[in-house]
Design a protein around this ligand. Structure first.
Ligand code: GLN
Length: 439
């Protein structure tokens, strides 16, 4: 409220207001806001106060956004349902018995429930696109390096990217305009001039080509597949050619991701030792006990599973057969995407293999990992992608269309999504709970 009053005064005094003036924004709780807790939804960090603000948040504040608060996630971003949060439970506004997706489920649910207009999430292997799909909203995963990771708690450093959730691609373009800046505090930040995404979002797409890996989608859920087929029909009517491309290599992407991401996580999470970071165990007396008990008490089951797996694939005897091999296949995935883009301007596929599932339905962690099949290849290749709503399942749950472009072409994914939204208006469907008769 204080910030809103400040903006009122600024306006009354005739000063220029920023691009995000008075826009209420929520921030995934693995991104720093100085002086506030950054819990990463972990018991370990419930008392950890951020010593500085993340660049992405600073950029939004400079454009007069109002930061409302932090949102729930799977602990350290590890999961696809937000059920791995040690602190809160988040449900899907479309169906309160269902998961909002994850790991940025809190941010997606907040925008879907219209609690805020914009939220930041992070995507390491799909954590923006999949919850956007589950919650019937728009989510953008920028090119790796496009948005500064300074102030984002690291999960898998070669994959992590911050990106926006909104209810339209036009809004996403505005948010992206603000947060996509070179940042000297992040060594992997791309040194590119800022782009005015909003200006080019309406540029015509007729005459362009969309590639769809139909063969790879053969086993997809029938409702999801038919929503994608219908979406391609919409594009054909907009004058776009739909061509088939080969991305069968993506069948290996899950294995590759769960080796590389866990390897990186196991090293990134070594810093939580109960001394520099993390709550110290009260039972610990010796130094070894401080490490051992603090980590045993602080981390949840999924995080421990990943540290164990990551440590294993990096260990002396296994590094070549797992970690190095995964790196090689990652390079092949990058190459295959590049080849695919020689045949089309943009690639389309579902954002998630199914609509939102019930909370508690995914009992086996491996089954949960399968949720990421359509999003993970993009992360491994560092590509920009968007998820925009493309229909509602027979059970009344949103389905998401994912559009993928070559590196640095985030403008293209937003343009294609905008054309689709303008033709279908799927993105403005409200969760039934928000319809007037319920209010
Ligand atoms: N679901 C994937 C995982 O569990 C991706 C998570 C993410 O993008 N943060 O690792």
């Amino acid at each position: 409220m204080k910030k809103a009053e400040e903006l009122d005064r600024k306006k009354a005094a005739g000063h220029r207001l920023g691009k995000l003036a008075a826009v209420p924004v929520a921030i995934k709780d693995n991104i720093h806001v100085e002086g506030e807790i950054t819990s990463c939804a972990s018991k370990f960090l419930v008392n950890y106060r951020a010593p500085f603000t993340a660049t992405a948040v600073t950029l939004m504040e400079e454009e007069d956004a109002i930061i409302l608060g932090k949102t729930n996630l799977d602990e350290f971003g590890m999961g696809s349902s937000t059920e791995n949060s040690a602190l809160q439970r988040t449900v899907n506004p479309w169906d309160l018995s269902c998961s909002p997706g994850g790991s940025s489920g809190g941010s997606a649910a907040a925008v879907a429930a219209r609690l805020c207009l914009l939220a930041l999430g992070t995507d390491t292997g799909g954590s923006i696109r999949q919850p956007a799909s589950f919650c019937g909203i728009v989510g953008v995963k920028p090119t790796y390096g496009r948005v500064s990771r300074y102030g984002l708690v690291a999960f898998a450093s070669s994959l992590d990217q911050i990106g926006p959730f909104t209810t339209s691609s036009a809004d996403a373009a505005l948010a992206m305009e603000v947060i996509c800046r070179h940042c000297p505090k992040d060594a992997t930040s791309l040194s590119l001039p800022p782009e005015l995404y909003t200006r080019y979002i309406t540029t015509a797409i007729a005459g362009q080509r969309i590639g769809v890996p139909w063969q790879f989608l053969k086993k997809a859920n029938t409702e999801v597949r038919s929503a994608i087929e219908q979406a391609m029909e919409v594009y054909r009517q907009l004058g776009v050619d739909v061509v088939e491309i080969d991305l069968d290599i993506l069948q290996y992407s899950l294995a590759v991701y769960y080796i590389i991401a866990t390897a990186e996580a196991s090293t990134n999470l070594a810093r939580y030792d109960g001394i520099r970071y993390g709550t110290r165990s009260k039972r610990a007396i010796t130094l070894d006990e401080v490490y051992e008990y603090s980590r045993a008490e602080g981390f949840g089951a999924e995080v421990k599973r990943r540290i164990l797996l990551g440590t294993f694939v990096l260990s002396a005897g296994y590094q070549d057969s797992y970690y190095r091999k995964a790196q090689k296949v990652r390079t092949l995935i990058i190459k295959k995407y590049r080849e695919a883009f020689s045949q089309c301007d943009i690639i389309a596929m579902p954002s998630a293999p199914t609509p939102a599932f019930e909370i508690g339905a995914m009992k086996d962690p491996l089954q949960m990992y399968l949720e990421d099949i359509y999003t993970i290849g993009v992360s491994l290749a560092g590509l920009p992608a968007i998820s925009t709503p493309c229909g509602i399942s027979s059970a009344g749950k949103p389905i998401g269309l994912q559009l993928i472009a070559p590196q640095k072409e985030e403008a293209r994914v937003m343009r294609f999504a905008h054309a689709f939204e303008s033709a279908t208006h799927h993105n403005i469907a409200l969760p039934p709970i928000l319809n007037e008769e319920h209010l």
